[in-house]
Write a protein that binds this ligand. Structure first.
Ligand SMILES: C[S@@+](CC[C@H](N)C(=O)[O-])C[C@H]1O[C@@H](n2cnc3c(N)ncnc32)[C@H](O)[C@@H]1O
Length: 274
């Protein structure tokens, strides 16, 4: 949109469009720390080939390349997200540019050779896909023998009130049905992937809402600086409302960083330790 937006435009704007307007980076649960855990515990190096599934604007792709200097193929089903990632790529130092390939693609039908990636991971995007079991089968197919499949998964440690859950579902336009960590573990275990690393933590929760107000003002200042004050005020309120809802939801949420190994040997069960 080239014309400057009005108060009504901001009010009517969808969640996704609004966050795109504010240049909000879609971070995975646990942010940088989760990417670091995936990078370190999958033993990848600068020669490794990595697939980032549901990459959005590429937050995890950039982060993992900056850490390890590995080669990343990143896919998203939404071409606007891939375009946004490619635009960010233009700002990368030349040294890194050749390390990335951002592509439009559907994780349900990966168009890559079998056994071709050292690490296949999602920064929580598997939750947004319509058939997660099929997606995990695809992850496993393209992962090399003894390579790793990773995910960063949100789960409810206790059930939230139904009206809160309904509001979150409506806002994100998804139907959250995965209640516990068990769901994620069995999704990957069912494809005969071996759980190799498991880190769990609670989502941050701010009981005062103070930080949310400050964050909302700062985000709008940074992205809509040249807009009239009335439009900026509406944008601050809209962002504050969204983030307050997420903050309430966070009180009930934990996340886990999981790595599974594609073990192709005949497994032996073990009584003490793995
Ligand atoms: C909410 S974002 C999460 C991004 C994550 N935090 C990250 O940093 O990698 C979920 C992304 O998954 C993408 N997505 C949904 N279904 C997909 C599919 N079938 N194949 C590939 N990407 C998909 C969406 O377009 C969206 O960009």
């Amino acid at each position: 949109m080239n014309r400057q937006l009005t108060e009504k435009d901001i009010i009517d704007m969808s969640y996704v469009d609004f966050l795109a307007l504010l240049n909000e980076t879609n971070r995975p649960p646990g942010g940088k720390d989760s990417v670091r855990r995936i990078a370190i515990n999958s033993f990848i190096d600068s020669n490794s080939r990595v697939l980032h599934s549901g990459c959005n604007t590429g937050y995890c792709s950039f982060e993992i390349v900056h850490l390890v200097k590995c080669n990343v193929v990143a896919i998203d089903i939404n071409k606007n997200m891939v375009l946004a990632a490619k635009n960010k790529l233009k700002l990368e130092p030349n040294l890194f540019k050749k390390k990335f390939s951002f592509q439009v693609g559907d994780a349900h039908k990966l168009k890559f050779k079998s056994d071709s990636f050292d690490l296949v991971f999602s920064g929580g995007s598997t939750a947004f896909m319509s058939d997660p079991s099929r997606v995990v089968r695809e992850y496993k197919k393209v992962c090399k023998p003894y390579g790793f499949v990773g995910d960063m998964c949100l789960f409810y440690k206790k059930l939230p009130p139904t009206n809160l859950l309904n509001k979150v579902n409506k806002l994100l336009n998804i139907k959250i049905k995965h209640w516990g960590k068990e769901y994620w573990l069995s999704l990957y275990n069912n494809e005969d992937l071996e759980l190799y690393y498991d880190y769990t933590n609670d989502m941050p929760y701010d009981p005062t809402n103070k930080k949310i107000r400050e964050y909302s003002k700062k985000m709008v200042e940074l992205s809509l600086d040249n807009y009239p004050n009335n439009v900026k005020r509406v944008a601050v309120e809209k962002l504050f409302e969204y983030m307050t809802l997420f903050n309430k939801n966070n009180k009930y949420l934990s996340y886990c960083v999981l790595l599974f190994r594609k073990d192709i040997s005949r497994k032996q069960i073990s009584l003490f330790g793995k």
